[in-house]
Design a protein around this ligand. Structure first.
Ligand SMILES: [Ca+2]
Ligand SMILES: [Ca+2]
Ligand SMILES: [Ca+2]
Ligand SMILES: [Ca+2]
Length: 336
């Protein structure tokens, strides 16, 4: 009882002091989304932890949490609602994983797979092999069937191989998450500050039974963003059609995650299914290897024959903001 009383008193005092500080320096109020004109649901400060660590072996703590919106009645799961602990979604096999198997090249990873590793969607389909590297986490569906999730939610960086049997045309749907340490704010301790805005990116290559590349990630994919953070001034956000823009927002972090906003949009039902209408979604934006920063990561560099193939060079893709957008749905229909 005493502890609860003391905690609420401290929170009250903190909010009061923040209010005093802001009243002196700004004319706008502190914890309000009144000047936000966009379609998103706004949160303020750090989320409440619901899962201490999804992957205790990992380099960084992969927490999950919930946070209430300040402009509607929604409670959001951050950094994303994931199936990491859901047995119905299988873990993807490793290309390179500090906590699992570490292969030096794609061929050895492929050879290690057995027929049981192929997820059957269509009995009379053809076997497709997918190679993926995500900063930080992915879950992939083919025609709505969960074919594989990333075994390392945050760090160290890892890469995966997934085999599935399907008939063309088929739909690839990927949930990609840029994980965070300061839950609800899109930030992590990095580069000497405690609330650094982390960056993201996902690259994937799909090959058929004859080793012919049938798809690479590039700007022909669709990409929609569902979570933008950290935002220190909501007025930097804008929208153009269905494109959620944060290009005017600062990506400079700081040392106080408790005063940062997050903006969320609900994931549409059925987004992972075959035939889901993504025609109104924005196209993905491509980013260079240098921008994503993969040259020192074996989970990437051991597989450049696949990811940086001269004839079909897969691109890192994301929504339009590699840093501030943290939960992105990616889709691509494969016709031939
Ligand atoms: Ca990962
Ligand atoms: Ca980020
Ligand atoms: Ca990241
Ligand atoms: Ca590439």
């Amino acid at each position: 009882m005493m502890k609860i009383y003391l905690t609420s008193t401290l929170i009250g005092l903190t909010l009061f002091l923040q209010g005093c500080y802001h009243n002196q320096t700004h004319t706008t109020s502190t914890v309000s989304a009144a000047d936000y004109k966009g379609s998103g649901s706004v949160t303020y400060g750090i989320a409440e932890t619901t899962t201490e660590n999804l992957f205790p072996q990992g380099g960084r703590v992969a927490e999950l949490g919930t946070i209430k919106s300040i402009n509607d009645d929604t409670t959001w799961t951050v950094p994303a609602e994931v199936n990491f602990t859901n047995d119905k979604m299988p873990f993807a096999a490793d290309l390179y994983n500090d906590y699992g198997k570490r292969y030096n090249d794609p061929k050895s990873a492929l050879t290690a797979l057995t027929t049981q590793d192929t997820i059957e969607i269509d009995a009379d389909g053809e076997v497709i092999t997918a190679y993926l590297f995500a900063d930080n986490y992915f879950e992939m569906y083919i025609n709505g069937v969960a074919v594989g999730k990333d075994p390392v939610p945050f760090t160290q960086f890892n890469s995966n191989i997934i085999k599935f049997k399907v008939k063309k045309p088929f739909d690839i749907a990927i949930l990609a998450v840029d994980w965070e340490e300061n839950l609800g704010t899109g930030t992590e301790a990095n580069r000497g500050i405690s609330a650094h805005a982390g960056d993201a990116g996902l690259v994937a290559v799909f090959k058929d039974t004859n080793d012919k590349t049938i798809s690479i990630t590039d700007n022909s994919w669709k990409a929609q963003n569902y979570y933008t953070a950290p935002i220190s001034d909501l007025s930097c956000l804008s929208e153009s059609g269905t494109t959620r823009l944060s290009t005017e927002c600062t990506t400079e972090g700081g040392n106080d995650a408790s005063t940062l906003y997050g903006v969320h949009w609900a994931i549409p039902t059925g987004w992972e299914k075959q035939g889901y209408d993504d025609s109104q979604w924005p196209f993905a934006t491509a980013f260079s290897n240098e921008t994503v920063g993969v040259d020192n990561k074996k989970s990437y560099t051991n597989f450049t024959d696949i990811f940086d193939n001269e004839a079909q060079d897969a691109q890192f893709i994301w929504s339009n903001n590699l840093i501030l957008d943290n939960q992105v749905l990616l889709r691509k229909t494969i016709t031939n």
